[in-house]
Structures are given as C-alpha cells and as structure tokens.
Design a protein around this ligand. Structure first.
Ligand code: ATP
Length: 562
C-alpha cells in the first residue's frame, strides 16, 4: 500500500513527436563476492527480463519493485549485455547518428567490468571497437569510404584531461554552428585495426592508473570517456560526408554522493562528481519526459554529451548494482536515480502495520521537493535543499531506526546543512552542490523560493527538535513546496483518509489507533471528507492537531512552513 502520497511524481508527459530520443536504462546485477556461510542473501532479485525488486533484509516486508528497459541478472554474460543493449544502437553510426553507452553505479558494482572487462571476458569497449572497425572494413568496395579514429579523455573535478596526451589539461568544450560538440586540442588517433586501438588505448589507460595512485582513488572519482569517430565520405560525386560519434563512458562511482564529512580534495571531488551525475540525471529525465529545456550546459559531462544524448542520438545507461546487503542503501539510491524517468511498479510497502514505523520513503525525482521523508524500519531518509548565494546544495541523509513514532528534528535550510546534519543524529548525510540560478531551473527542481525581507529574533522550533537548530537557520530564506505538488499530496492523503481502514490510517504520522477509530466512525456517520482540513470536524481532533498532522505527513522537516 502506498503510504506517502506521490509527492515527487510528475504527471506523465507524452514526448512530443520529433522530440529528442529517449535514453534507455538497463540494470546489471553483479554476482555476489565470496561464497558459503555468512554470505548475504542478495538484496536485489530479478523478476523478469525487465523488472527487479530490492529487499531490505532488516525488514523483509520492505520491498521495492522497478521496471527498466532491460534487467540483466547475475548470470548474464558480457555477451548478453553487449548483444542485448549495446550492439543494436551501433548500426545508427552508419546512418551518421551519434550513440552513447554509460556505465553508472557505485564503486565495485561492476562498471569497469561491464565497459572494459578482462581478456577472458571482454566488455563493451573492446566488443564495440571490434564491431566499429569491422563496419569500416565491410565498407571496402561500397559507395562509402569509412574511417575510424579515437580520442580518450577523463573528466576530473569538472576539468577535461586528455588521456592520449596527458600534458593537455582542462581542455575547453565548444559547440560549432551545426551544434556539434567539439573539444579543441583533444588528441585524435586514426585506427585501422584492433591492434591500433590497443596500442593507443592501453598506455592511455595506464595514464589514468598512474594518476589514481597519486590522487587517491582518482579512477573511481573521474568520468572516463572514450570517443570513437566514424567519418564516411561518398566515393563518387557529390562526395557527401557523414560523421558520427560513439561515446563509451565509465562514470565515477555514484556512491561518492554519500560521503560524510569530506574535507579538502575529497569534498571538492564529491562536489564535482555530484554535479555531473546530478545533472546527468536531470538531462536523462528531461529527455525522457520530453521537457522543452534540457540542462546540458550545467556540467562538463553533459555538455560533452550534448550531441550524443537526445536529438537523433541513441543512448543507453547501464546501471550496475551489487547484490550484497551491506550495499543496500547504495543500491536503493542508485536504482532510484536510474528510475527517475522509469515507471516504478509499486511503491515501498509494508504488510504489517506497526504504528508510527511503517512510513516508507517515497523515491523519485531528486530535488523535486524541498524535503521529503518518512520513517521506515530502515530508519528515516530525507532530502532537502539549502542555498548559499547562487549555489544550492541538495542533501540527503538517513537516521537510524528509532522508537515507534520517531520524528526527525527540523532541518535548517541553510548552507551549514552539511555540518549540522551529523550533529542532528543524521548518520549518512551528504550534499551535492548544484548551480540553480534561473527561475526556470528552480521550478524544474520543484523549489519555490520565498524571500523573506527580515526575520525577527529567534522563533520557537515547531517540531520538537532542539532549539539550537533554529540558530542555524538562515534569516532570509525559507523553502516551500510547489503548490501543484502540495495539492497532489493533499489529494493522496485525502484518498487514504476516505478509503483506509483504521489499521491503515495509523500508518499516517500523528494518527494513533484511537484517532484512526474516531476517523473511521466519523466517516461512517458523515460520509467522506471533502478536504483534509475537515479532519477537525472529528470530535477529539483539534484544528491545531490537523495542522500538525498535515505538516508531519507532507512537509516533514520543514519546520518553518506552518
Ligand atoms: N558481472 C561480473 N561478473 C564477474 N565479476 C564481476 C562482475 N562485475 C564486477 N565483477 C568484479 O567485481 C569487482 C569490482 O568490479 P569493477 O571494478 O568493475 O567495479 P566498478 O563499479 O568499476 O568500481 P570503481 O567505480 O571502483 O571503478 C572486480 O573484481 C570485477 O572483476
């Protein structure tokens, strides 16, 4: 049963005709590491060739189901992934259309295995190179002359570094008048055979490895992009020319989103990784929903991919996840990220009602709401926004499971949110700096910014948290929820109030068994509620309690919005 209203779901939008191509998303589950006793039960289970479920074994009842374009279980081979999801898009290169393959997921989930593989189990990159080079050989004797070349770069801390020529640092990204994305100065090597490819690619990969030992795990903290160009020229007049680009990308580990207390370089790295991955999610979302604005320019990665994601390009994101229970939280976040524009088959649910503990976290569109959250057996997870001048931070955090009825403290909407979350007992906090400056972007993120001219002296904290939190709240800003989302949330709560059994009603915050019974009795006598506020007509429920009920169920953590 869906307990929290779908605060973050947007009305499905049909992509208009001629709209940019959809980005396909598939999930690959890596086999478990180790065997025998002590081995975790896997937290991810395949249901069919497109669906999977994730199980939190601390509470087996907490299960989420997702549907993607394809799901590859732990027995899937490199060949299965390649022929099932990658090879079909390569033929479009011959038509002069760009393509991209991105491996996404936390460290150790199998991105490099999927993209690169090993000599025994070659991955997407060597297989695609073989096919592309074969296409050029097959063209011999045809009307077209096909040539192949490659560039290899890394995006590290929002800087473009040339791996074929490591002395070239921080290259610019430009767009020509035909909207092709170029990296002036980037080294390009012509390839005739697979041996040529290995000759350039292997030492360049070592460049990356050398840097990683020096720069502390740089390999999983940078995005590596192999660009493969296919140029075709007609042998006979009019000697037409076609160019297509294939981008093969091993993304930085998505778990870097969730580092706590990072300082210095680590914090800078996290920020840069988060910016790119966060914007990538927004780009994929915008393309798949047919939104008029796609925020390619907001990160180096998406800017580089501007002509390879959307438009007439063909793209696939391979989301890698690990089965071990200890990666449950990473896996859940990764799947939620990947599922932003996918259908979530059902919402988190619990079969049993344990008053106050069965609230489940609503997954969905990151940042589409000021703060969302809910209490589940795995604790409480919340997301929110905070602002520091023109930089917004998106934060996420979780609290350990608490006693029934546990409410999170109010979260300050201020730039010090990173520092303050751990002190509030939030043990898995992380932030992602994002530039959100235009009104359009704020609306996209679901943020309504309310500028307050001046706030008076310290106000009372409204949700029972320590008063000191209020000291950290910014004097001039507060966040509110977009009215349409708010209306939708209220509608869903109303539906539950009108249709839920007494037991189901106790799943709502601030509704215990007694109040639930009062509501059901009132409903039987007077018929359904017209609006949530009418709860105050129920004898034994005051207007004040209704206000607190609404804010606890919709705006958990936004203490100032009352
Ligand atoms: N499908 C698979 N079958 C067998 N082994 C796998 C599979 N996927 C990953 N592995 C193994 O798991 C380990 C971690 O995988 P890998 O290095 O590809 O992760 P990653 O996501 O690229 O991590 P990082 O972000 O740190 O680079 C490696 O030893 C790899 O060989």
């Amino acid at each position: 049963y869906m307990l929290l209203p779908p605060l973050t779901r947007k009305a499905p939008r049909r992509a208009p005709h001629n709209s940019p191509a959809r980005v396909r998303v598939c999930v690959r589950l890596r086999p478990g590491v180790g065997s025998g006793e002590g081995q975790d039960a896997p937290c991810v289970r395949g249901l069919d060739s497109r669906s999977l479920e994730i199980v939190n074994w601390r509470n087996q009842m907490e299960t989420m189901k997702y549907q993607f374009d394809a799901f590859y279980g732990d027995v899937a081979t490199q060949h299965d992934i390649y022929t099932g999801s990658v090879q079909p898009i390569l033929r479009h290169l011959l038509e002069g259309q760009n393509a991209s393959v991105l491996a996404y997921g936390p460290t150790g989930a199998g991105k490099t295995h999927t993209m690169l593989g090993s000599p025994e189990q070659p991955g997407v990159i060597p297989r695609a190179m073989c096919d592309v080079l074969k296409m050029s050989r097959d063209a011999v004797g045809s009307d077209w002359d096909v040539s192949i070349s490659m560039s290899y770069l890394e995006i590290y801390q929002e800087k473009v570094l040339d791996l074929l020529e490591p002395s070239l640092q921080d290259l610019p990204i430009r767009e020509d008048r035909n909207h092709h994305i170029l990296v002036p100065g980037l080294t390009e090597r012509e390839l005739v055979s697979f041996m040529d490819f290995e000759r350039h690619f292997l030492p360049a990969s070592r460049n990356r490895t050398v840097a990683s030992t020096r720069l502390n795990q740089r390999s999983s903290r940078s995005h590596t992009v192999l660009l493969v160009w296919m140029h075709q020229t007609q042998r006979c007049p009019p000697h037409a020319h076609r160019a297509a680009k294939l981008c093969l990308i091993d993304l930085a580990g998505s778990e870097d989103n969730r580092r706590t207390g990072n300082r210095g370089l680590r914090l800078k790295e996290s920020g840069a990784i988060n910016t790119s991955l966060f914007v990538l999610g927004k780009v994929v979302d915008a393309l798949n929903q047919g939104l008029p604005r796609v925020p390619y320019r907001d990160s180096k990665l998406t800017r580089l991919l501007q002509d390879s994601l959307g438009g007439s390009a063909h793209s696939i994101v391979i989301t890698n996840v690990a089965p071990e229970q200890r990666f449950y939280f990473d896996t859940l976040t990764t799947l939620n990220f990947a599922a932003r524009s996918k259908q979530i088959v059902n919402k988190p649910f619990t079969h049993e009602s344990l008053p106050g503990m069965e609230r489940s976290w609503e997954p969905g569109h990151l940042g589409s709401l000021g703060v969302v959250g809910g209490v589940g057996a795995s604790g409480l997870e919340q997301r929110g926004w905070a602002r520091s001048q023109d930089t917004w931070v998106l934060w996420e955090g979780s609290w350990e499971p608490r006693s029934p009825g546990f409410q999170p403290p109010p979260i300050p909407n201020n730039p010090g949110v990173l520092a303050s979350l751990p002190s509030l007992g939030c043990n898995d906090a992380h932030v992602s700096p994002v530039q959100i400056t235009s009104k359009e972007e704020k609306e996209e993120a679901g943020i309504l910014l309310i500028e307050k001219k001046k706030r008076g002296p310290k106000r009372k904290v409204s949700q029972g948290g320590p008063a000191s939190h209020e000291n950290q709240a910014p004097p001039e800003w507060q966040l509110a929820v977009r009215p349409d989302l708010l209306a939708q949330s209220l509608k869903n709560i109303l539906a539950l109030l009108n249709d839920g059994s007494a037991k189901e009603l106790t799943a709502l915050h601030r509704i215990g068994r007694k109040k639930a019974q009062l509501i059901v009795a009132w409903r039987e006598l007077h018929g359904p509620f017209g609006k949530v506020e009418e709860l105050q007509n129920v004898e034994g429920i005051s207007a004040k309690q209704v206000a607190s009920f609404i804010s606890a169920n919709i705006l958990i953590g936004i203490g100032s919005l009352q």
